[in-house]
Design a protein around this ligand. Structure first.
Ligand code: ATP
Length: 514
C-alpha cells in the first residue's frame, strides 16, 4: 500500500492538474501558504459554502446571515483579546533554519507516544483474536502502562506551561524529550518566542494621520459587533443565531500541508445567542447538529471524531473540535465553543455601549451567552478532496482516477457527450445541455473518444454523463452513465433529467439533516 504522505502528494498534484487548487502567484515562484482556486475548485468551494449557508439559514428559523467588512475598528481586536494574546510560541532550528510552533512539536511527540500504544494494542488484538479484551489490555499491559504514564506526564507538563505562558519551560520540554528538527535531525534550538498572528496595515492617506488596522483573523468579531443591529432590525428573540462566511487572515508560522493551514483562508462561523445558564444545553445541541451535517455527506462515519478540550481558553466553559481523518492524521476541521458572555461584555466595556437583551419572558436584561460553531471552508474542501480520491484498477488491466465527490457538491453535475462529432449528434447534445444548464452546472464535450471523456469527467468528480447516439435522434433516449459504478442505463431524456435533479440537488443533502 502506498504511504499516506505519498497519497497526499498525489492528491495535491491531482488538485492542480484538474483545476481545483493552484499555488498563488505561481509564475513568480509562489507565495507561501496562499492558494488560488481554479475552475473546478471554485465550484466545489461554492457548493460547500452553499450547503453550510442553507443548512444554517434555511433550516433554522432563528438563524440569519450577515456579511461584515474585513477591516474593522482596531479597538475591536483589543477588546477581543487578539492584540495581546493571539500568539503562537515559535522556535527555530539553527541548523535547518526552519521555524516551528513549539506547541505543535510537543503535540506531535504526544501523538507519537499514542501511536506506540495503538501499535501495541493492535498487535495484541491480532494475537488474541476474538477473545481480546482491549480495555483490560490497556489497563494491565506493562509496556502500554509505561507509554501511558510517559504521555500523561508530558501532557500535564505541556498543559501547565501553556497555561502559564511559560516559554522557557516549553523549550525545556523540547530539550528534555529529545525532540529533534524533522529536517536537520538536530536539537540545536533557539529560545521560544511569542509571535502575534495578525496582519497589520495602514488605513488613510498620510503616514501621520493613518490608522493602523488589522486584517481580521476570524469572522466572529464582525458578528459580535453587529449583534445589536441584527437583533433590533430583525426583531430576533433569544435563542437566535447569526451566520457569516468570509475571509480571515493569519500570519501562520508553520505553513505546510497544502490548504490545511493557510495565511489567507475562509471561515463559516455562526454565533448562537442564548440565555445565561442554558449555554451547555445548546453547546450539546450544536455539537450533535454539526456532526450530523458532516456525516450527511457520506464521506465515512469512521472518519470523524470529537476532540474535547481539556485546557479551555479563559473565556470558554466548554469546547470541542470535530476532527477528520486526513491522510496526515486526525485533524481539526471545525471548532464548537461555548464562549460565555466574554465577547459581548468586552465590547460593552471597550465601546461604552450597552449590549444587552431584554428577555420578555424573564422580564430582565442580560448580556447573552454564546455558542460558536466555526469551520474552515478550505479544510472542509480538503476533507472532501482527500476522502473522494481513488485510483481504481479495472478489469482488463485498465485503470482510472475517480473523485467520489458527494453529487450535490460536485463542480460539474453532468456532462453531455455526443458519441461522434457528426450526423446531428452534437446539435442534439447541445440541445440537452441547454435544457439542463438552468438547473445545474452541465458541460458539453465532444473532443476525444468517449472513453477518454468519461475518464476526464471521473477525474473531476462529475457524477453523471449523458451520451447521445444515433438512437437518441430516433426515440429521445440516451445513455446515462454513473460515475461511481460506471454502470450505464438507457433512459429517456426526461427520465435522465428526473434522476439528475433528484440526485445532484442540494435539497437531497439538506433533507438528511432534519
Ligand atoms: P489550529 O489549532 O489548527 O491552528 P485553531 O484552533 O486556531 O486551528 P480556530 O481559531 O478555532 O482554529 O478557527 C476555526 C476554524 O478555522 C478551524 O477549525 C479551521 O477549520 C479554520 N482555520 C483556522 N486557521 C486556519 C488556517 N490557517 N488555514 C485554514 N483554515 C484555518
Amino acid at each position: 500500500m502506498a504511504k499516506q504522505e505519498d497519497v497526499f502528494k498525489t492528491i495535491v498534484s491531482h488538485a492542480k492538474e484538474y483545476g481545483f487548487v493552484f499555488q498563488s502567484s505561481e509564475i513568480y515562484d509562489g507565495l507561501s501558504a496562499v492558494y488560488d482556486y481554479g475552475q473546478n475548485g471554485v465550484e466545489l468551494k461554492n457548493n460547500i459554502k452553499r450547503y453550510w449557508w442553507e443548512a444554517m439559514t434555511m433550516l433554522h428559523d432563528n438563524i440569519v446571515g450577515i456579511d461584515s467588512a474585513i477591516f474593522m475598528h482596531p479597538t475591536i481586536w483589543k477588546a477581543s483579546g487578539h492584540v495581546d494574546a493571539f500568539n503562537d510560541p515559535l522556535i527555530d532550528n539553527r541548523d535547518s533554519k526552519k521555524r516551528y510552533r513549539a506547541d505543535v512539536l510537543i503535540e506531535d511527540e504526544i501523538g507519537k507516544i499514542e501511536e506506540k500504544i495503538n501499535k501495541e494494542v493492535s498487535k495484541a488484538a491480532k494475537r488474541f483474536g476474538d477473545s481480546f479484551d482491549e480495555a483490560m489490555f490497556r489497563q494491565t499491559n506493562p509496556r502500554v502502562l509505561e507509554h501511558q504514564r510517559k504521555r500523561d506526564e508530558l501532557h500535564e507538563r505541556f498543559a501547565k506551561a501553556m497555561e502559564a505562558n511559560d516559554l522557557a519551560e516549553l523549550k525545556q520540554i523540547i530539550l528534555d524529550y529529545g525532540i529533534v528538527c524533522p529536517i536537520s535531525g538536530t536539537r540545536n534550538w533557539t529560545d521560544v518566542r511569542q509571535f502575534n498572528l495578525m496582519f497589520k496595515t495602514e488605513m488613510g492617506s498620510t503616514a501621520d494621520g493613518a490608522m493602523e488596522v488589522y486584517l481580521r483573523p476570524e469572522t466572529a468579531q464582525g458578528i459580535f459587533v453587529n449583534y445589536l443591529n441584527v437583533q433590533k432590525t430583525g426583531r430576533m428573540r433569544i435563542p437566535f443565531g447569526i451566520a457569516q462566511i468570509g475571509k480571515a487572515f493569519r500570519n501562520e508560522i508553520v505553513a505546510r500541508q497544502f490548504i490545511f493551514r493557510m495565511r489567507e483562508f475562509e471561515q463559516m462561523e455562526m454565533q448562537f445567542f442564548v440565555r445565561p445558564g442554558e449555554e451547555l444545553k445548546y453547546f450539546d445541541f450544536w455539537r450533535q447538529t454539526r456532526l450530523r451535517w458532516h456525516k450527511a455527506l457520506g464521506l465515512g462515519d469512521d472518519k470523524y471524531r470529537f476532540h474535547d478540550h481539556e485546557k479551555l481558553a479563559h473565556y470558554a466553559n466548554a469546547a470541542t473540535d470535530i476532527e477528520f481523518k486526513m491522510p496526515f492524521g486526525f485533524k481539526e476541521v471545525e471548532g464548537i465553543h461555548s464562549r460565555t458572555d466574554f465577547d459581548l461584555s468586552q465590547h460593552e466595556k471597550f465601546s461604552g455601549k450597552k449590549i444587552q437583551y431584554f428577555d420578555p419572558e424573564l422580564g430582565e436584561s442580560y448580556v447573552p451567552y454564546v455558542i460558536e460553531t466555526s469551520i474552515g471552508v478550505d479544510r472542509m474542501f480538503l476533507t472532501v478532496l482527500c476522502s473522494s480520491y481513488e485510483e481504481q484498477q479495472l478489469e482488463g488491466g485498465d485503470s482510472r482516477v475517480v473523485l467520489h465527490i458527494p453529487a450535490p457538491l460536485a463542480p460539474v453535475k453532468c456532462a453531455v457527450l455526443p458519441l461522434i462529432k457528426k450526423d446531428g449528434l452534437p446539435e442534439k447534445a447541445r440541445e440537452i445541455q441547454h435544457r439542463l444548464r438552468f438547473d445545474f452546472n452541465c458541460h458539453y464535450e465532444e473532443k476525444d473518444t468517449i472513453g477518454k471523456r468519461y475518464r476526464r469527467q471521473d477525474a473531476i468528480g462529475t457524477p453523471y454523463c449523458i451520451t447521445v447516439d444515433h438512437q437518441t435522434l430516433e426515440d429521445d433516449t440516451v445513455t446515462l452513465r454513473h460515475r461511481d459504478t460506471m454502470a450505464q442505463e438507457r433512459v429517456s431524456i426526461a427520465e435522465a433529467e428526473r434522476i439528475l435533479k433528484e440526485e445532484v440537488s442540494l435539497n437531497s443533502l439538506l433533507r438528511k439533516l432534519l
